[in-house]
Design a protein around this ligand. Sequence first.
Ligand code: ARG
Length: 232
Amino acid sequence: EGSNAESGKKTLTVYTESGFKPFSYLDKGEVTGFDIDLIDAVLSEAGYEYNLENVGWESMLASVQSGEADLAIAGITMNEDRKQTYDFSQPYFESTHKIVFREGEQITSAKDIKGKKIGVQTGTTGAEAAEQIVGNNDKSISKFESNSLAFMSLQSGDVDVVVTDNVVANEYVKNNPDANLDMITDSETFESEFYGILLPKDTALKEDLDQALQTIMENGTFEEIYQEWFDT
Ligand code: ARG
């Protein structure tokens, strides 16, 4: 662990999982995305240097819990369950779920995934949302290590629907026009949730991150990054 000569602050280990475009993904082998730009701005505001490592979803979570990673950012939803084990920064992005399916499937509400082969990423709120409809560990649910693998199974026909975060669903459908995909959301069933930066419990770092996040939300930097990725 190095420390930054000027600030005396230690160099942080930042983990992400890059199967979650546009928040964290690989572009020509480089990790990029809204979350990657955001954490860069937050840590630069807070005066930290960092090394970014791209790892699997579950090892990312485990590494933050153990403190091997100082923090993680990857479209991670703040929920009560995770708050038992982790701390989160202040929220930075609102999300909900969408159902992505091949055109022709008769899906007009969340309940319609019953009887379909459902793909989700294991250990995500999308997996929970699907399980709330069809039951925990129901046989109709296939859990994939990454969201990208779930989408690939949708295209290959191994699953009929994928339940995932709305912005990631939008991005995937937009970027795969030849896949003939369709999607719906269902605000009666899917609740809104918020992404936060994931931290081990009880670190001094949380305060620094929250302050930096607040500063960049007030000084226009957050807005700039937001516009860059989601210009609407
Ligand atoms: N927001 C959802 C959750 O926290 C999905 C996050 C998936 N992120 C990823 N990098 N694959 O459970």
